[in-house]
Design a protein around this ligand. Structure first.
Ligand SMILES: Cc1cc2nc3c(=O)[nH]c(=O)nc-3n(C[C@H](O)[C@H](O)[C@H](O)COP(=O)(O)O)c2cc1C
Length: 370
């Protein structure tokens, strides 16, 4: 099936969404970051012993449970992938857990996945980097070829349309022509030719703002093997986040969606809910006051390898991303950070099922609401 469900942290794409997508024969993705929030016993364990080692162990246990649960739900159909962000400090542990738990693929973004072949050596698992332009793709291909490995697919994510963290250094670069799907695909095909890689060898999957059957067809016509959708899957009935999270995403108007600099240093896209509006209003003041000051990690998880808040990096964002994303997951509209793509959704503000979304994307016909 030419449709992939993109990984969405924290906890937005866990076993229920990924397993439901796989059951329809498509590729479902579990986002590996901080999955303990879906497991009350692990949350209790972390409260009883609030140290980083316990948090990390709980998250890896939660990931293994989520993979097993998604597999059961999939009834053996489709594929179950695990999304790992390279910028996260536990990325190598999450790759290992995904391999041990029998995931079908690892999808890695938010940084260059140069060591992914080493981390998965001798494991039969598909490797799928997420990149945004042909220069990044050429770099990864050349490095991986030295290790005798090729990606099985590449997700090409457009920073002007996608949700969450965006693969570009500066907010001002988001609309650059080098990210246009047709151009990235064409340049990547030339790179394949230059490196002696068959044009059909690596599937190219485009992501960001694909919201209709017509858009899917246009991507396939431009040479993509498939499309990855994020926000449209986040708001399905089977999406693992709280119903209030889905309503915030589904009902957001174009003016409500903003780009800003995250604590990772990367630009990100989200809905301007009360907390984000307040943060952006005070961003300059916060930066001047505490921007260059190192802070103790508020959760103790130390989730990021480099964090603007903890490490006192002035030009990065200054908030606790884990706290904010976890609040959004449980539907805390006042305090959460609600990542979202830029474009309108296939069913507008309606919450529909995974099957209905896939039907609409594949046929262009909207099934009647149940
Ligand atoms: C709520 C949300 C969380 C996301 N979290 C992640 C993540 O943890 N890792 C990642 O690689 N991409 C993440 N993304 C990006 C999606 O996987 C997907 O590529 C992107 O949203 C596609 O654009 P669309 O939302 O317009 O379909 C996230 C997107 C959203 C909307």
């Amino acid at each position: 099936m030419p449709i992939v469900q993109g990984g969405m942290g924290v906890g937005v794409s866990a076993h229920r969404l990924a397993g439901s997508v796989a059951r329809e024969g498509a590729l479902g993705t579990i986002a590996s970051i901080d999955l303990r929030h879906h497991h009350p016993d692990l949350v209790e364990r972390c409260k009883a012993s609030p140290d980083r080692a316990t948090f990390e162990a709980a998250n890896q246990e939660a990931l293994a449970r989520e993979i097993a649960a998604a597999r059961r739900l999939s009834e053996g159909r489709g594929m179950i992938a695990v999304n790992v962000m390279r910028a996260v400090s536990s990325y190598a542990d999450s790759v290992k857990t995904a391999c041990d738990a029998g995931a079908d693929a690892i999808v890695m973004g938010a940084g260059l996945p140069l060591d992914l072949p080493d981390l998965t050596e001798s494991v039969d698992i598909a490797l799928i980097p997420i990149l945004s332009d042909s220069r990044g793709i050429a770099l990864v291909l050349k490095k991986w070829m030295k290790k005798n490995r090729l990606p099985d697919a590449i997700v090409i994510e457009h920073p002007a349309h996608a949700g969450g963290h965006l693969g570009v250094a500066n907010v001002g670069d988001i609309g650059d022509a080098r990210f246009h799907f047709a151009r990235v695909i064409e340049e990547t095909m030339q790179t394949f030719d230059n490196l002696g890689i068959g044009r059909m060898r690596i599937a190219l999957i485009v992501a960001g703002g694909i919201n209709s059957h017509a858009a899917l067809r246009a991507c396939l016509a431009a040479g993509a093997a498939g499309v990855q959708l994020g926000t449209p899957f986040a708001v399905t009935e089977e999406g693992d986040a709280h119903p209030a999270f889905k309503r915030i995403l589904a009902e957001a108007q174009p003016d409500d969606i903003v780009d800003f600099v995250s604590v990772t240093g990367l630009p990100a896209r989200a809905v301007k809910t009360p907390w984000l509006a307040r943060y952006l209003r005070n961003e300059e003041r916060i930066r001047t006051k505490i921007g260059a000051r190192q802070q103790v990690c508020p959760t103790g998880l130390e989730c990021l390898s480099v964090c603007g808040l903890r490490d006192g990096i002035e030009k990065f964002g200054h908030f606790c991303i884990d706290t904010r994303l976890a609040a959004a997951l449980r539907g805390d509209v006042a305090n959460g950070l609600f990542f979202r793509g830029r474009e309108a959704l296939p069913f507008g503000p309606a919450i529909r099922s995974v099957r209905e979304l896939l039907d609409l994307m594949l046929t262009g016909r909207a099934p009647a609401a149940a």
